[in-house]
Design a protein around this ligand. Structure first.
Ligand code: MRU
Length: 328
């Protein structure tokens, strides 16, 4: 991804490996500060994922693959490392896929690098395939951050917008701010700003307003998991966006690599939904915003049923729900 720095425009990845160390952009400090975190062992890999220094399903998967490679090189008990890394967050399928993929690899660092490279190439293809859906002059709405930060490079939902823009199409992006962690306002907007892609950050509740007014031509979101019946889990609020899109006859696309496909789960209701710390909702910038006695709930994801999804943008092409079911 392109990042504007004091020294000019630099090309960067969200996570990478240097020797035995796993390095990443610490996304908690964006957009104000470009800080890095170095994970020295699998315990710190879990911490980085759990505390969302790195987040987004494919990037979590790549971090987990690097963490497994690191654990193998450090000769720690691999089952323990695998279980620890898998326990970081429950919803993103890529996390479990990547850890299992690394088991028994003879050249672990090479295998992890190959895994990361394959994710980048898949996202690039998602970008090429999805860009064909975006016409000159289109406005696209997205939720959360499914960009390069969430995938190492290119992104899933953001990849088609990146590619369409690089191909010279005149596009506009609505970025939902995405309460409570503000991945849209902090991260998607930062990526769009760095690439000079025209955009507006909107509060989550404004998405329906712009859709109703005919100012959104399509919605593209990422996903943490696609299950066998085509249902998907994505950032909390995605389901509502899909409902409003259908009400207004706006196509609703989900972009993901096949590493996000979970063959072992039949229906969306079976997907484990992460409940995060209520502090994320209770306070803004450490200032408490609701009465101390009020209960707070904080589900990180919701499920969008397959019937709301116009197409699945993957590295293999764009598919309908019945085609996706056949792929399973
Ligand atoms: O809680 P997060 O920030 O990890 O949630 C991320 C999302 O919901 C993304 O849309 C999803 O992981 C796809 S990332 C390409």
């Amino acid at each position: 991804m392109k990042v504007k720095t004091e020294d000019g425009v630099e090309s960067m990845q969200a996570v990478w490996m240097e020797g035995e160390k796993v390095k990443m952009i610490d996304q908690r400090f964006l957009p104000h500060e470009l800080r890095y975190f170095t994970a020295k062992d699998y315990v710190e890999i879990k911490k980085a994922i759990r505390e969302m220094m790195v987040r987004g399903a494919p990037a979590i998967g790549v971090t987990a693959a690097y963490g497994m490679a690191q654990a193998m090189v450090q000769d720690v008990e691999i089952e323990r490392a695998a279980e620890t890394i898998k326990s970081a967050r429950p919803t993103a399928h890529d996390l479990f896929y990547a850890v299992d993929h690394m088991m028994g690899k003879d050249e672990p660092v090479k295998a992890a690098e190959e895994y990361a490279e394959s994710v980048i190439q898949k996202c690039r293809s998602i970008g090429e395939n999805g860009a064909e859906l975006i016409e000159n002059g289109n406005s696209v709405l997205t939720h959360c951050n499914a960009g390069a930060l969430a995938t190492v490079d290119y992104g899933t939902a953001l990849a088609p917008m990146r590619v369409a823009f690089r191909h010279g199409k005149d596009i506009f992006v609505y970025a939902d701010e995405t309460r409570p962690r503000l991945q849209g306002a902090r991260l998607t907007a930062w990526e769009l700003f760095n690439e000079d892609i025209p955009h507006s950050v909107i509060v989550d509740n404004a998405a329906g307003h712009y859709m109703q007014r005919g100012e959104v031509d399509m919605v593209i979101v990422g996903t943490d998991r696609i299950v066998a019946n085509g249902d998907i889990a994505n950032k909390i609020g995605t389901y509502e966006k899909a409902l409003v899109a259908r009400e207004n006859d706006i196509p609703f696309y989900v972009a993901a690599p096949v590493t996000t496909f979970d063959e072992s789960t039949e229906r969306g209701v079976e997907i484990p939904i992460e409940e995060r710390d209520d502090e994320e909702v209770r306070s803004i910038n450490e200032e408490v915003i609701c009465p101390d006695g009020s209960d707070v709930r904080n589900p990180a994801f919701d499920v969008t049923p397959a019937e709301f999804i116009s197409g699945y943008i993957t590295e293999k092409g764009v598919f309908t729900t019945s085609e996706v079911k056949d792929m399973f």
